[in-house]
Ligand binder design. Structure first.
Ligand code: ADP
Ligand code: MG
Length: 716
């Protein structure tokens, strides 16, 4: 007798094509597989390959960590094996696999890292790039690398998997055939708002989602609801409001009260806890309506069965390059038409469904047809450093499926130069090589190196960098009472220099509690996030040792004494001095220093969560920040107070040629020399080119690439 799971597998749309798929994979080196979300691409196709292709060692990439883990668990369960045995996963800072592992789910970033030591990816003979339609930055780089690897390894199999039919690009780029798995789509009714535009919707969509869910619950037939929201905070807020309203709901007013008697609410966002809840994927008892509140992850990566109603808020949180700060910022932006169609499609998988779009038809027509690939809207710092490291010197002419904007490449190179990672001819420096070996951003690896080489606080810096590498570890309690309590508890860890040292105090207090889970609960911190940070910290320490970077500790005290702040802040400045801002006297706005040198007037604000909001604002002058997040305005996240003296010398590296403040910098140039330390290989390299500007890429090449870019843009 077949078990339930076997039956479930055989009922998936991809199942009838199993043999044809295996035959196609045997025949072609590269194959594009396209099929609707939920048809079985991620969980089934890798298993077919293990069954049908002898000696296959398979890698499947995912743009999101959480999707990689969840797929691995699911496939391990389907194959009746323990995770880490036949089926494993590997994400940054975490690998669960063994010598028996034949199928690994990895993030695209993790597979890229493998290529630094193994450019032909020889540990696998079948590589599946999943969610290709998402066009994440790392997937785009992998496209180019895999195309190259295929030429040199005839036995290598590459499968490009996509959920959208818009695949001509992949077909052209790889010159590969397409295998299309027909979906089983039912009809989906589209309900529009009459007039509302995105401007109004942007500040009200959470409340509108709440109202729409209640409306569906009161008036629609049984069937589960999937709500697309933008992030964890919006989801938590929406969940709370729905549950509050539900408590007061009089079921006499519910139209289908005979068959709709209760509801359950589940959140899905980028934390493992939510996806490991089996209940999300299981049928609810009769009469109970399941309401799933999800981020974009439910658009194509994760399929929740049984959805009949979709509520689409029309927005997504997206990484966008900010030309003013030269940094990535997370922005809430309208989705594309393609994304809207995908979201609607979630309602028609098992029977006819409905999508409630919270925007009007005209707003839909104003959406861009497809989402702009990440490579054309992100800071390319990490990617450039990566390509240089694997020996691709001419970044602009790398075989990209869509070339990045040459301006972005140029800015990336300039910033790498500021960090000392490339020299004035855009060649990787010794320092740059070490930086690229750390699995963190170039800004952070620069801080780590400096904390050992220059400021003898590397132990502390490993903690800070680890904490900067995890998702938010502050719990935001729902009730006001708990919020006040959390505030009071956290007071104890607060350092008046700002968030970075405060983070360190928190971690040390947790360490001294014996890494206790109860301590986290009592003080309102996410235990899992801190645990991940602990793991990252130990990996950073061993990476430091590997590069013979000494580990120094400033203090063993739990709370960092004021005398220890300086070296920590100075190390942070060496990586983040480009994020120096100055506060305007008497106001609560900040000006980025570099942008103002360049004659731009960008305004930034302190994030409401920043510990610097707690001090007398008149005492603030110079501040550095970690990154920018747009909510209703650009907020600096994770900030600390510094003295201008700490960054002054570093600005010597910044291009000042065309600027009126040149004279001021002349004096700075003179201070650089005394800092010169001949014995220090690393430092030498950084400082020796400090005042020169990176040479432009060969101007001609740049132009032609720019022209090509514009041409392509025009064609679109
Ligand atoms: P695709 O990659 O084509 O979108 P998947 O292979 O992810 O499809 O999913 C196939 C089916 O398996 C879906 O119907 C989904 O509901 C189910 N499924 C996937 N992951 C899980 C999981 N972790 N738990 C339960 N069911 C799952
Ligand atoms: Mg999938």
């Amino acid at each position: 007798m077949k078990n339930k799971m076997q039956e479930q597998r055989e009922s998936l749309p991809i199942f009838p094509f199993k043999q044809d798929l295996i035959a196609a994979i045997r025949e072609y080196q590269i194959l594009v597989v396209v099929g609707d979300t939920g048809s079985g691409k991620t969980t089934q196709l890798p298993q077919y390959i293990l069954e049908g292709i002898p000696n296959a060692i398979v890698a499947v990439t995912q743009p999101r960590r959480i999707a990689a883990i969840s797929a691995a668990y699911r496939v391990a369960e389907e194959t009746g094996t323990k995770i880490g045995d036949l089926v494993g996963y590997s994400i940054r800072f975490e690998k669960v696999a063994s010598k028996n592992t034949k199928l690994q789910f990895l993030t695209d970033g993790t597979l890229l890292r493998t290529c630094t030591t193994d450019p032909l990816i020889s540990q696998f003979n079948c590589i599946m790039l999943d969610e290709s339609h998402e066009r994440s930055l790392d997937t785009d780089v992998l496209f180019g690398l895999l195309k190259r690897a295929c030429k040199q390894r005839p036995e290598l199999k590459v499968i490009i998997m996509s959920a959208t039919l818009d695949i001509e690009k992949f077909q052209d780029f790889f010159d590969a055939p397409v295998f299309s798995v027909p979906g089983r789509m039912f009809e989906v009714d589209v309900l529009w708002q009459k007039t509302i535009k995105f401007q109004t919707l942007k500040t009200t969509f959470v409340q509108r989602c709440v109202e729409t869910v209640m409306h569906i619950h009161k008036t629609e037939e049984p069937g589960d609801v999937l709500v697309f929201l933008t992030g964890q905070q919006e989801i938590e807020r929406c969940a709370k409001n729905i549950l509050d309203l539900h408590k007061e709901l009089n079921y006499n007013l519910v139209r289908h009260r005979d068959s709709v008697k209760d509801m359950v609410v589940y959140p899905i966002y980028s934390s493992l806890e939510t996806l490991q809840q089996k209940a999300i994927f299981e049928k609810t008892p009769k009469g109970v309506r399941k309401i799933v509140l999800a981020t974009n992850i439910a658009q194509t990566s994760v399929t929740v069965p049984g959805i009949r109603y979709v509520v689409d808020c029309g927005f997504v949180k997206q990484k966008m390059y900010d030309h003013k700060t030269h940094m990535d910022a997370l922005l809430v932006v309208p989705i594309s038409q393609a994304a809207a169609t995908q979201r609607a499609g979630r309602a028609g998988r098992t029977e006819n469904g409905k999508v409630y779009r919270l925007y009007c038809k005209e707003a839909f027509q104003e959406m861009s047809p497809t989402t702009v690939p990440e490579i054309q809207r992100s800071s390319l710092l990490g990617t450039i450093l990566y390509l240089l490291k694997i020996g691709i010197k001419d970044v602009l002419n790398f075989d990209f499926i869509d070339a990045p904007d040459p301006e972005l490449v140029q800015t990336g190179l300039k910033q790498l130069f500021y960090l000392g990672a490339v020299d004035k001819e855009n060649r990787l420096t010794h320092l740059g090589k070490i930086m690229s070996d750390f699995p963190v951003s170039p800004f952070l690896s620069r801080c780590l190196i400096s904390s050992s080489q220059d400021f003898q606080c590397s132990d502390e810096m490993c903690t800070i960098v680890a904490l900067l590498s995890v998702e938010d570890f502050y719990i935001q309690p729902r009730s006001e009472k708990d919020q006040a309590l959390a505030e009071e508890k956290r007071q104890e860890f607060y350092d008046s220099s700002g968030d970075h040292v405060t983070f360190l105090n928190i971690y040390n207090a947790w360490r001294d509690s014996g890494y206790s889970q109860d301590w986290c609960r009592d003080n309102f911190f996410h235990y899992r996030a801190l645990n991940v940070a602990k793991n990252i910290r130990s990996q950073l320490l061993s990476a430091m040792k590997q590069h013979k970077l000494e580990i120094y500790s400033l203090t063993h005290k739990q709370k960092i004494p004021p005398s220890c702040r300086q070296p920590i802040l100075k190390s942070l400045c060496s990586g983040f001095y480009m994020n120096t801002v100055k506060k305007q006297k008497g106001k609560t706005v900040f000006y980025p220093y570099i942008a103002s040198l360049e004659g731009q007037s960008t305004l930034l604000f302190l994030s409401p969560q920043s510990s610097l909001t707690k001090i007398d604002q008149d005492r603030l002058d110079w501040v550095i920040f970690n990154d920018v997040q747009f909510v209703t305005r650009p907020n600096m996240r994770i900030t600390s107070r510094i003295d201008f003296e700490m960054v002054k010398v570093l600005f010597g590296r910044v291009d000042i040629k065309h600027h009126k403040m040149e004279e001021e910098f002349q004096t700075i140039r003179e201070v650089i020399d005394p800092m010169h330390n001949e014995e220090h290989g690393l430092r030498n390299e950084v400082h020796s080119n400090q005042v020169e500007r990176p040479v432009d890429l060969v101007e001609l090449k740049r132009k032609s690439a720019r022209e090509r870019f514009l041409e392509r843009k025009k064609q679109k």
